[in-house]
Design a protein around this ligand. Sequence first.
Ligand SMILES: Nc1ncnc2c1ncn2[C@@H]1O[C@H](COP(=O)(O)OP(=O)(O)OP(=O)(O)O)[C@@H](O)[C@H]1O
Ligand SMILES: O=C(O)[C@H](O)[C@@H](O)[C@H](O)[C@H](O)CO
Length: 338
Amino acid sequence: MEEEQKDVEKKPFSFFTGLQYATTGAATLLFLRSGNRFLTHAQRGKTITAAVCCLYLSVANEMGWLPFNYFVKERISIKEQPTKSFCTQLASPSESKTIAEQVLRKDCFECRVIGTGSCTFIGTFILYNTWTSDYYIKRPYVRAALKSFAAVAFYGAAARWFYLPPFTNLKEMMIKPEIIYVMGVSGAGKSTVAEHLAEKISWTFIDGDNFHSRANIEKMKNGIPLQDEDRWPWLENIRVHALENSKLVIACSSLKKKYRELLAKDLQAVFVFLDVTRTELEMRMTKRTGHFMPCSMLDSQLATLEYPRADEKNVVVVKIADLSIDGIVTQICRSLDC
Ligand SMILES: Nc1ncnc2c1ncn2[C@@H]1O[C@H](COP(=O)(O)OP(=O)(O)OP(=O)(O)O)[C@@H](O)[C@H]1O
Ligand SMILES: O=C(O)[C@H](O)[C@@H](O)[C@H](O)[C@H](O)CO
């Protein structure tokens, strides 16, 4: 990751940076030119309009608005690292926070309005400028060719609004999770964080431990690690509950990839993995009172845990080091855009 960061720093100049300089420069020149006293009203109007278009492109490039909001992944990276410019992100997208990116991205309504509005404006502008016979391009076929560009812009407007190609993937990205699983080994803070998160986003908190059979609880109490066959019915019960409800934040260890696959089956679910060091876990479990899970289970919990990898697109990893509960919840909300 550090290597990647360095790479990002090394590449401050990209096509998009160039575009930004060019459009800013063009806007400035056009604005200056619009002050020329020899211009007719019509010419001045067109020059100013062109200047505004260039200015818009420059700002849109920086902010990730249309046509640049197509790169939603990069927009998300910017949100997470607000100090890095959009162009830099685009030049070398940093580490992907896989999970949220695929499941949680949502289209921004303002982007949709701006996108559709600006395409409509561009189409209208082209038509307006190529329609009149005193247009400085006299050859009718050149005018007709230019005029046809308006169709592209108008299609762009409709496509942006209705998620037609090339904007189809934006719609897929809009799928919002209905279920958030807060996962991790015992003592990671699942119940605590899930409860606070649920409160913050006004969803319902569910403690996965409540779905364990008596036999499972007895086993854990006695320091006997659960096996797959103990966990399957437990996980299936949780999943059924999730299927029958929505807007749930569920604390559930979800230690193995295959468990996560089951828990997410037929659901719009995302996992938030609380990544806590062993030392911290041990300290918490030793301090904790009134819980059935003994500290002696920590090793087996860590041995069973399959750390979510990049191919698990629906997992967000939160490194807990020194974060307060509120800090963790804020970080989760930022990653999940919730
Ligand atoms: N960010 C945090 N900083 C410090 N202490 C925390 C933090 N989060 C949770 N704790 C404490 O750690 C202990 C374990 O938290 P919690 O019971 O929420 O973990 P859990 O993952 O749900 O555990 P289990 O799976 O065993 O039920 C609790 O005593 C809780 O108060
Ligand atoms: O092995 C497991 O999957 C764990 O035992 C969890 O299921 C427990 O519910 C919880 O972590 C106990 O506090």
